[in-house]
Design a protein around this ligand. Structure first.
Ligand code: PA5
Length: 505
C-alpha cells in the first residue's frame, strides 16, 4: 500500500506567505492615520522592573532620580552636543533619517531592486556587523522561516536570499555557494570602510565567480554600498561602473538599517520599505517629547541604566517568536558594541522562549542575581494553530481545548508566565509588546532602541557611536596573518607569546 503525502488538514493558507504575496498593496496614506498608528503602536511594560524581591532590586526612587539626567541627555542628543562624534563627524544622522529620506530615493531603490529581482534567481547580501545584522533581522522577522525553499510565487516573486561575509567559516561559505549553483546571482557588497576583512574576502570570491560565470554581465549584477567618496569599494566601483549606494558619514553601522545599507536588501526581499520608514517616523514622533513617562525610549534607557547600576550585568532579550529572535540578535550588537567601554555595559543574551526556558531558564530563575530580562512579545502571530482533542487525555491537556485555547494563546503565556516567575526570583524584567509582524512595527522598535542606547551612552559617560575595542582583534589577526604594516604588532605578539607557558591538555 502506498502512503499518501502529508497534508495540512484543516489549516488555512499560511498567512506569512499570503502577506508576502500581497506586500506593497497597502495604501501609503494609512501609515499616518491615527487609527492605524494606535492599532500598531508598540508598547513598553515596565511593571516588573521595580521592586523585584532579593538583591539588586530597583526602587522607583532610583529611576525618578535619573529623570533629570535622562532629560538633559535627551536634549543634548537632539542638539548634537557631547561626546557623540566619530573622528570629527557628529554621529546622529540616524535621528532624522525618517524625515530626511525622500520618496524619490525610496522609489529609486525599489526600481533597482525590482529590476535585479526580476533578473536573478538568488540575491546574496555581503556584510558584517552593522552592515549585515539589521538586514537579516528584518528579513527573518517578516518572512517565512523557510523562505528559500518556497516557490518563487510563494515568495511573492522575490529571489532566494542569502547572507555571506559575516564570518570566515569555509564550510558555511561552501554550503551557501552550493545553493547558488546553476542559478543567476545578484549581490550587494556592503562595507562603509570598504576594507573589512570578512566582507572583502567574501566579495573577492563571489566577484571572481560572477565574472567567470557571467562575463561582462557580472558588472550590472553587482551592487556596492559604501562611503560616498572614499575607500576601496568606492574606487573599485569607479573603475568598474558598479551601481553604488551610500552609507552616510554621520550614521554608524549599527544605526544604519534605515539607510541604503538596509533598504536595498529589504527591497530585494520585497519588504515594503516605505512602511518601514513610516514605522521609524512614528517612533521618532513618539519619542521626541520631554515628558519622561510618555517617552518609551527614555523610560527604556533609564530602566536599563538603573538595572546596570543595581548590579545587573546580563540582559536576556527573550522573544516568543522565532521571527523576533533575529531582532534580539540585532539588539545583541546595538547595545554591547555601543555600551561596552571602560569596563561598562550589559551583556545582551538573545533567547528564544520556550526553547531557552529549558536550558539557561534555570540560571535566570535561580542563578547569580546579575540578570535582567527584556521580553520581545509578539502579540499577534501571522497564523493560528488550534490544539486537537484526544480520546484519552493522557497528557492532561484537554482542558486547553475545552477552554478554547490554541497554540497562540499558550505562546502569550510563554511571556507572561516567565515574566512573573522570574520577577519573583529576583530578575527585574520589562516587556516590549509588538502588535504584529510588520515593517511598521520593526521600524518603531529599531528607532526606540537606537534612541535608548544613545541616551545610555550619556548616562554611562562615554561615546556610544564608536567601537575602538573592535580594532584590537583586527590588529591581532592582521599580525598573525602577516599583513604588511603590522610587523611591529607581530613581533610584540611573538615576544609576549614566547614568554607565556602554553597549557594545552
Ligand atoms: O556598527 C558598526 O559600526 C560595526 O558593526 C560595523 O558596521 C562593522 O564593523 C562593519 O563595518 P564596515 O561597514 O566598515 O565593513
Amino acid at each position: 500500500m502506498t502512503m499518501r503525502g502529508f497534508e495540512l488538514l484543516d489549516l488555512k493558507e499560511n498567512n506569512t506567505i499570503a502577506l508576502q504575496k500581497r506586500r506593497g498593496d497597502v495604501k501609503r496614506k494609512v501609515f499616518d492615520a491615527k487609527a492605524f498608528r494606535e492599532a500598531n503602536r508598540i508598547t513598553l511594560d515596565v511593571t516588573y522592573m521595580l521592586e523585584a524581591p532579593g538583591p539588586g532590586s530597583i526602587a522607583m526612587e532610583k529611576v525618578e532620580a535619573l529623570i533629570p539626567e535622562v532629560l538633559k541627555a535627551h536634549e543634548m542628543l537632539k542638539r548634537g552636543k557631547g561626546d557623540i562624534y566619530d573622528r570629527g563627524t557628529l554621529m546622529t544622522g540616524w535621528q532624522n533619517l525618517p524625515v530626511d529620506i525622500t520618496r524619490e530615493h525610496l522609489r529609486d531603490i525599489q526600481t533597482v531592486a525590482k529590476k535585479m529581482s526580476e533578473e536573478v534567481d538568488v540575491f546574496v547580501s555581503l556584510g558584517i556587523g552593522g552592515s549585515y545584522l539589521g538586514i537579516e533581522a528584518t528579513f527573518r522577522a517578516l518572512t517565512h522561516t523557510y523562505f528559500n525553499q518556497l516557490t518563487r510565487t510563494e515568495r511573492g516573486g522575490a529571489p532566494e536570499i542569502y547572507f555571506l561575509g559575516q564570518n570566515m567559516d569555509p564550510d558555511f561559505f561552501r554550503d551557501t555557494l552550493d545553493m547558488l549553483r546553476g542559478k543567476k546571482v545578484g549581490i550587494n557588497v556592503i562595507s562603509k570602510s570598504g576594507t573589512t576583512t570578512e566582507t572583502a574576502i567574501a566579495f573577492r570570491i563571489l566577484r571572481k565567480m560572477m565574472e567567470e560565470n557571467f562575463g561582462a554581465d557580472a558588472d550590472h549584477l553587482i551592487l556596492v554600498t559604501t562611503d560616498k567618496e572614499k575607500g576601496a569599494l568606492r574606487t573599485l566601483a569607479g573603475e568598474t561602473g558598479y551601481r553604488t549606494f551610500v552609507v552616510p558619514d554621520d550614521v554608524g553601522g549599527r544605526f544604519s538599517v534605515l539607510t541604503d545599507v538596509g533598504l536595498v536588501g529589504l527591497a530585494m526581499a520585497h519588504i515594503d520599505i516605505e512602511e518601514f520608514v513610516a514605522g521609524f517616523q512614528a517612533m521618532r514622533e513618539i519619542s521626541s517629547g520631554n515628558n519622561f513617562w510618555k517617552n518609551p525610549a527614555l523610560v527604556h534607557a533609564a530602566m536599563r541604566h538603573a538595572a546596570w547600576s543595581a548590579g545587573k550585568k546580563i540582559e536576556v532579550v527573550a522573544a516568543n517568536s522565532k521571527s523576533l529572535y533575529w531582532v534580539a540578535r540585532w539588539m545583541e550588537q546595538l547595545f554591547p558594541e555601543s555600551e561596552g567601554h571602560e569596563g561598562h555595559g550589559m551583556w545582551v543574551s538573545p533567547s528564544l522562549y520556550s526553547e531557552k526556558l529549558h536550558a539557561n531558564g534555570q540560571m535566570v530563575q535561580q542563578g547569580e542575581r546579575n540578570i535582567m530580562e527584556t521580553f520581545l512579545a509578539l502579540k499577534k502571530h501571522d497564523n493560528r494553530i488550534p490544539i486537537p482533542q484526544t480520546d484519552n487525555n493522557l497528557d492532561g491537556l484537554d482542558f486547553l481545548v475545552n477552554r478554547g485555547m490554541d497554540m497562540n494563546h499558550v505562546n502569550q503565556m510563554v511571556v507572561e508566565g516567565p515574566a512573573y516567575a522570574h520577577y519573583q526570583g529576583g530578575v527585574p524584567n520589562m516587556t516590549i509588546e509588538i502588535p504584529k509582524r510588520s515593517a511598521f512595527n520593526l521600524g518603531q522598535l529599531y528607532y526606540m532602541m537606537e534612541k535608548s542606547v544613545s541616551i545610555s551612552g550619556y548616562l554611562l559617560g562615554h561615546n556610544p557611536f564608536v567601537q575602538p575595542g573592535v580594532e584590537a582583534y583586527k590588529r591581532a589577526m592582521f599580525a598573525l596573518v602577516g599583513k604588511p604594516g603590522f610587523e611591529q604588532e607581530a613581533q610584540q605578539m611573538e615576544n609576549q607569546l614566547k614568554g607565556m607557558k602554553r597549557i594545552r591538555i
